[in-house]
Each structure stands twice: as structure tokens, then as C-alpha cells.
Design a protein. Structure first.
Length: 364
């Protein structure tokens, strides 16, 4: 081995070691302090239950549970309980789209009308890529109809009608605005190409191969083992059970249930090439740059903004009754998973508490 090769080899080893030095599994006393902070945060925000998990190099390092997954039945949160993960669902739809791209069945810059010719003429010019990075300009149906839509069984035609009740937010590709409608359309395209409902597509392409046995679309009419109940707080400050809600309105924009174990498996498979090639993952995690040069810090179904100076791929989720966060710090080989069963609270705040203990060198 030449001298230059030796130097480069040592440099790579040193750089890798330094990159991974930020993570420290807390001592028992530090974990106890972290638990106390999480409990204080939950108590202050009337959050009945939650779960914090850390995956290191794709394997669960620890899982801590708090409070109740079902207040009425006095059921404690368990490590295998499943929570609704809201918009974290978007990354699975994106993965399915990238698989179709690899198979030559779809191109990211294809117009969506190529696959969904029934769509309104106002949306002509929108591409598949733009549905995934929120530059389509298509209005968000949730913003128009609010979260009450989760109490209704709706059809794709209903969603399209709601979204077209408002003009386009901007010309496709010229701006950025978060649109669940656009992801709904991306899911419809996947369904059209694969010839299956999106839930079955994701099960066949991702959940079964990865072994994510607890991950599925929520169905209010199905009894799901270990399913946490979701809650909200009324104007009087009373904790109210949201009850099982419809997911027909979310399709791939949200609606999935998952567990900490399954999300750790998802984290692990993203380090390899079993599902997606390195090229596909690079495209999926490349930030969106607008025509004016603005870096949105959002790629295809993933946030890619640095967190505390660390390279991060992440997404939060909020759906009636739940919030969640899945943040991957890939240089450290660390993923943080947060599930809370109360609507309109911050999963980011809970994640930040955890980071203070597992990566103390990064405290702001």
C-alpha cells in the first residue's frame, strides 16, 4: 500500500470515528433525568402517553415508554404498541415512486396527467416530482376543509373537488407550499401503475420485505392489536378521546400506523441497497432549490435540513389524536423515533430533549 493510500485510509477511519463521536448512550442516571424531562413535558401539555426510541446503526438501542396508550381502559404504553404516524407516511410513498422509476415504469418529470388524465385542466403542467417536493402549487385539501375531513369517508373525486375549490397557489415549480393533495395524487399514480390500492402496494413493496409487520393503514372498522388511542384537548382543557378516524382522506399523505420496532427496521434498510439504489436515495434526499435560488430544505417526502449542525433526514407527522417524529442522523448512525398520542403538541420538543442526552455535544 502506497504512502498516499495509507494517509487516505487513516483519514477516512479518523473522519468516520469523529463523525460518530457525537452519540453517547446515556448512563442509567442520565436516562432517568431524560425520562423525568419527558414526563414533565407531557404533563405540562396534557399528553396521555408516548414512546421514545433510539436506533443505532439500524438496531434499537433503547425504547422508553410513558403514560397511557388508552386512558379509558388504563392501558400503559408498551414498546410494541402502534401509533398513527401522520405525514411520516409520505416517505413510504416516495420510496414506492422511486422503485417505479428504477423499474422504468415512471419518470419523475412526467406530467401527472399522463397517469391521471381525469384530473382538472388547472393542474396541467404539474409533474410527479412536484407532487413529492411540494412545488406543484396544488392547494392543500386539509387546509381548506380542516381536520374534520378525518371523520368522513371520502373518494378521490371528493378530494379533487375540495382542492379545486381554491385557485392554484402558484405556477408549478415556481414556489413551495406543503400540499397533502399533491401526495394524495402521487399515491393515486402509484395505485394506477401497480394496479393495487396504496396499502397493498406498500405492503408488497416495503412492509413485507422489510419485516414491518405492525405497519399498515389505520382502519376504524378493524381491531388492531396494541393500537394506541388518540386524544385532543377541548377549550376547557379536557382530554377527549378522538376515537378511530377515517383514513380514506389521507391515502399516502398520511394514515399509517407503525411501531418503534418497525421504524427501526425502516431505518436499517435505508442504509443498504435492498430496496433502493444509492442513486435513488440521493435523488430522494436532494433538497429542492426554487428558481430564485431558495433552498427549501425539503427533498422528496423528506426534510433534509441540518439539525444542530448534523446531517439529517427527517419528517414529522400530525394527525387528529397523534404527533410523531422520525429523525435520522446518518453520519452518527442514529435515528430518533417519537410517538405521542395527543393532537397539536410538538414532537420536535420531545425529540430535542432526547438529543440533549444522547448527543450532548450538539446542545445549542
Amino acid at each position: 500500500m502506497s504512502f498516499i493510500k495509507i494517509i487516505l485510509f487513516v483519514y477516512v477511519l479518523t473522519s468516520t470515528a469523529l463523525a460518530q463521536n457525537n452519540y453517547h448512550k446515556p448512563s442509567s442516571s442520565s436516562l432517568s433525568d431524560m425520562d423525568n424531562e419527558i414526563r414533565k413535558y407531557m404533563l405540562a401539555n396534557n399528553i396521555p402517553g408516548g414512546l421514545i426510541a433510539i436506533a443505532k446503526d439500524g438496531k434499537l438501542d433503547f425504547v422508553h415508554t410513558y403514560g397511557k396508550s388508552n386512558v379509558e381502559l388504563d392501558v400503559d404504553v408498551a414498546r410494541d404498541h402502534v401509533f398513527e404516524i401522520g405525514s411520516i407516511s409520505k416517505q413510504f410513498v416516495t420510496a414506492a415512486v422511486m422503485m417505479l422509476v428504477e423499474e422504468g415504469k415512471l419518470k419523475l418529470d412526467d406530467p401527472i396527467h399522463k397517469y391521471l388524465p381525469q384530473l382538472p385542466s388547472e393542474w396541467i403542467g404539474v409533474t410527479v416530482r412536484q407532487t413529492l417536493n411540494h412545488t406543484s402549487g396544488i392547494p392543500d385539501y386539509e387546509e381548506i376543509f380542516t381536520y374534520d375531513i378525518y371523520r368522513l369517508r371520502v373518494t378521490p373525486e371528493d378530494i379533487i373537488k375540495i382542492a379545486t375549490s381554491r385557485p392554484m397557489d402558484f405556477e408549478p415549480g415556481t414556489g413551495w407550499y406543503y400540499s397533502n393533495t399533491a401526495f394524495y395524487l402521487a399515491s393515486m399514480i402509484v395505485e394506477r401503475i401497480d394496479g393495487l390500492p396504496i396499502g397493498k402496494v406498500l405492503k408488497k413493496r416495503i412492509f413485507d420485505p422489510v419485516g414491518m409487520s405492525s405497519t399498515r393503514f389505520a382502519d376504524p372498522e378493524t381491531i388492531i392489536k396494541g393500537r394506541a388511542e388518540g386524544y385532543w384537548v377541548n377549550k376547557k382543557g379536557d382530554l377527549i378521546n378522538r376515537n378511530a378516524t377515517e383514513t380514506s382522506s389521507t391515502l399516502g399523505a398520511g394514515g399509517l400506523l407503525s411501531s418503534a420496532v418497525d421504524m427501526a427496521k425502516w431505518d436499517a434498510v435505508l442504509y443498504g441497497n435492498e430496496l433502493l439504489s444509492e442513486e435513488s436515495k440521493e435523488i430522494m434526499w436532494t433538497s429542492t432549490i426554487l428558481p430564485d435560488g431558495t433552498d427549501m430544505g425539503y427533498a422528496l417526502g423528506w426534510n433534509v435540513k441540518n439539525d444542530r449542525g448534523l446531517k439529517t433526514t427527517s419528517h414529522g407527522g400530525q394527525v387528529a389524536g397523534f404527533v410523531a417524529n422520525f429523525s435520522r442522523y446518518t453520519d452518527e448512525g442514529v435515528a430518533v423515533i417519537v410517538f405521542l398520542n395527543r393532537y397539536r403538541v410538538s414532537s420536535e420538543n420531545a425529540k430535542d430533549i432526547v438529543l440533549n442526552y444522547i448527543m450532548p455535544n450538539t446542545i445549542k
